[in-house]
Design a protein around this ligand. Sequence first.
Ligand SMILES: Nc1ncnc2c1ncn2[C@@H]1O[C@H](COP(=O)(O)OP(=O)(O)OP(=O)(O)O)[C@@H](O)[C@H]1O
Ligand SMILES: [Mg+2]
Length: 366
Amino acid sequence: MKATADLYIGIMSGTSLDGIDAALVDLSHPSPRLVSSHYQPYAGPLKAALLGLHHAGHDELHQSQLIANRLAREYAFAVLALLKQAGVPAAQVQAIGCHGQTIRHRPEHGYTIQLNNGALLAELTGIHVVGDFRSRDIAAGGQGAPLVPAFHDRVLRHPDIHRVILNIGGIANLTDLAPGRTTIGFDSGPGNLLMDAWMMKHQGKAYDKDGAWAAGGKVVPALLQRLLAEPFFAAAPPKSTGRDLFNLDWLERHLAGNEAPADVQATLLALTGDSIAEALQRFCNGMQEICLCGGGAHNTALVTHLQRSLPQCRILKTEELGIAADWMEAIAFAWLAQQAMHLKPGNLPAVTGAKHPCVLGAIYPA
Ligand SMILES: Nc1ncnc2c1ncn2[C@@H]1O[C@H](COP(=O)(O)OP(=O)(O)OP(=O)(O)O)[C@@H](O)[C@H]1O
Ligand SMILES: [Mg+2]
């Protein structure tokens, strides 16, 4: 590794609850360079325990702390794998930006919880850790989400091309990079999480590969209308959401009960695609390029649906802009850690609704 490198690690574990994305990134130049990456899926019981903590339950304080410890060990394991692969010693890394695992997101009540034990992660890795990125933005009156638009704004803006960055994770969020206009961004609603949940319930698989099961079903128009009537979709930004709202219970409350499971999956894909397309048309007027990242970018049926809904736009993956679609969020959290260590703001008030720019995160020194 060059002596001039400025190395940070970003760790993202998102609402899909699929696992841990870890990225070792050199941030010494305006364009981040991905040095190495490591994906570590969650074991089934850990995913189930995390899903359970999304609801009030018996002994949840104790259980959530135990799982935070477990997560810190998993994150540390991912860090070690990453460093080993790159042949980089821990002492060369400036800091780890670790998002943690969201189990509640309630900005309307003034809090959000991302499980992690930053102290333990610092202890196990010997590297400074930045965590709890969202709380300060909420304390300043913001949504605490999405946070990646500041990174998109810094790295992916084009002087003449009107780009939108669309991250399809568990939740879908977008960043509007219109030349000459202030960057905006918000959560549009479900990304993969409803399709994943329905797939698990009926097919016993973590996700619907390439949207193939959905593509074999038929959209149920009445169900789609009922789902799209959810007030979150019509609300103007700033807005953010999570499993607190969009979950299997929410879906099942809207079912008539006689729908074929594959038709429900087709309807969920249409809901995801339509809610994204409507948000784009309403708030990103004049967009030319839609740049996809996140696991949902691999869902070919969903991408086809989006392209049909938005024929005027070129849809591409962020690889074309120099950032791998699967690593965008982890790289963004490496950058957010660098911002925190330099005591620079990481939020965009126009995105989150915070009263002012804030230095985001809590620092656990090595
Ligand atoms: N080939 C594929 N076909 C369909 N869906 C896929 C495919 N590959 C990945 N996915 C989806 O991507 C999801 C993982 O995406 P990702 O890791 O970006 O989401 P996340 O962890 O929720 O991140 P975040 O919330 O930070 O955006 C999987 O749960 C799955 O639904
Ligand atoms: Mg993930």
